[in-house]
Design a binder for this molecule. Sequence first.
Ligand SMILES: *[C@@H]1O[C@H](CO)[C@@H](O)[C@H](O)[C@H]1NC(C)=O
Ligand SMILES: *[C@@H]1O[C@H](CO)[C@@H](O)[C@H](O)[C@H]1NC(C)=O
Ligand SMILES: *[C@@H]1O[C@H](CO)[C@@H](O)[C@H](O)[C@H]1NC(C)=O
Ligand SMILES: *[C@@H]1O[C@H](CO)[C@@H](O)[C@H](O)[C@H]1NC(C)=O
Ligand SMILES: *[C@@H]1O[C@H](CO)[C@@H](O)[C@H](O)[C@H]1NC(C)=O
Length: 452
Amino acid sequence: MRCQTYWLLWSCLVAGSLAAWQVTTEGMAKAVQAADEWTYLPLPSTDPWYSPPEGWEATEPGTLLRLRQHAYNTTPLAIANAVDTFQVLFRSTDSHQNATWGVTTVFMPAHQPCSNGTGAADTKNCTLRILSYQLPYDTSCLDASPSFGLQWGEPYGEMAAALKRGWWVAVPDYEGPLASYGANIIAGYITLDSIRAVLEASRRLEPPLSFTDTRVALWGYSNGASATEAAVEFAATYAPGLKNKIVGAAIGGVAPMAAMNAAQILAQTQVSGLLVQGIIGITSQYPKQREYVLSRLFPSGPYNATEFFWASYMSGWQSLLYYSYVNVFEYFIGGRADLETPEMVDMFAREGVLGGFGVPNMPVFLYQAVQDEMAPIQDSDNLVDWLCSQGARILYHRNHWGGHNDELTNGRQRALDYLGDVLDGSNVLSFPPTGCQTVNVTFMQDPSKPIV
Ligand SMILES: *[C@@H]1O[C@H](CO)[C@@H](O)[C@H](O)[C@H]1NC(C)=O
Ligand SMILES: *[C@@H]1O[C@H](CO)[C@@H](O)[C@H](O)[C@H]1NC(C)=O
Ligand SMILES: *[C@@H]1O[C@H](CO)[C@@H](O)[C@H](O)[C@H]1NC(C)=O
Ligand SMILES: *[C@@H]1O[C@H](CO)[C@@H](O)[C@H](O)[C@H]1NC(C)=O
Ligand SMILES: *[C@@H]1O[C@H](CO)[C@@H](O)[C@H](O)[C@H]1NC(C)=O
């Protein structure tokens, strides 16, 4: 059984996020029309391209190991404003500092600001602007990774908006080759190595491009925010060479204490599936804890190990539907206490507590709904206080309107405007010249107004 990867791929939107559905449905309609005409990539778990070449472990993190130009064979691409794609496979680092690898898909815009009119960039005098866009794919199923699913469209329309601004959009499969959903350490490393590899690839494309300069910004919401936050915290120590390349990050709906709070916040809710996916995802990096979890799940009965691990064949969205309102502790012989042993708590704390990996060395725009039911605002307030006390530069918007899924929509235009400020040098969001600023806003995005 394989996870169904498109159609219900995208998650972390519970009821109420209709815009995303419309986009998905549109992309899907195109995909159905196209299905007979074009060749789609094989599933990541069966695609031989998803394996690093011999000797890869000895290379430096961020080393470009494989480059697949024109990766998606559809015309037009299911994502608006993109003219071509390429994929990179690169060396990265797992949660234990061991070698691993990652894959990123890059979408090139139909029109770059310095286009010479043919759609091709006049690269002689052009700054390459790259958005590293971390999608919340929320699954422990490798085959539901964005590098595969984006062939059928994007969930939120955000990529199309970024491409329209002339940016390359690089989407890393930041959960890595084991789909380690919830493991923030590997997610942060892969996100940074992805940027290094994409920059290297930009110099190796055929026909060659030669940009005079490059600027990179990051963006992520929900679990994509966790990956982004981990990346910006690790940046100074893990990827110092990116210091003057990464010009900013937009981070929304981040859950800095996710793994510690998860059991309490998520069990027996509409989003219980996230907890199941998280336990499977994080333990994919921790063999000892995985073995322990397996030993504590009921082997048979109404809530059993087999059913629990069905999540690893589901996309994030499918698992939200399947485990909705399930009491996840029922799968465990000792109930909730089985997740609270010292080894499990250590693992959750190590992976799931943000703020402890380092201090961002680039400006950060952080936005959060005060009523966020999945990521309590107090945790974000504390994260901001802590990072600012360590010298970070943060503009922090606390939105008094709406909850977690609302802020995905409500924060979108502000995030894009901020990214434009750092990538293009516009000045729409007024960022404090030094230090940090917290602003309470009451902002609801007019759903009839397209994002730009
Ligand atoms: C990491 O690599 C070391 C050897 O370099 C190995 O002993 C260890 O088992 C690895 N850890 C994991 C979790 O893969
Ligand atoms: C535009 O740029 C592309 C790529 O550099 C080049 O092949 C093409 O000849 C250029 N066209 C014009 C009109 O300058
Ligand atoms: C490059 O672009 C800048 C800004 O648009 C312009 O001022 C400059 O003259 C251009 N240089 C060349 C060599 O075309
Ligand atoms: C495990 O649970 C599933 C779903 O409820 C059920 O179909 C299956 O028979 C159960 N397996 C065992 C061994 O009890
Ligand atoms: C923002 O609102 C909170 C209440 O949610 C209040 O405690 C805080 O002082 C306000 N901060 C600013 C900067 O206005």
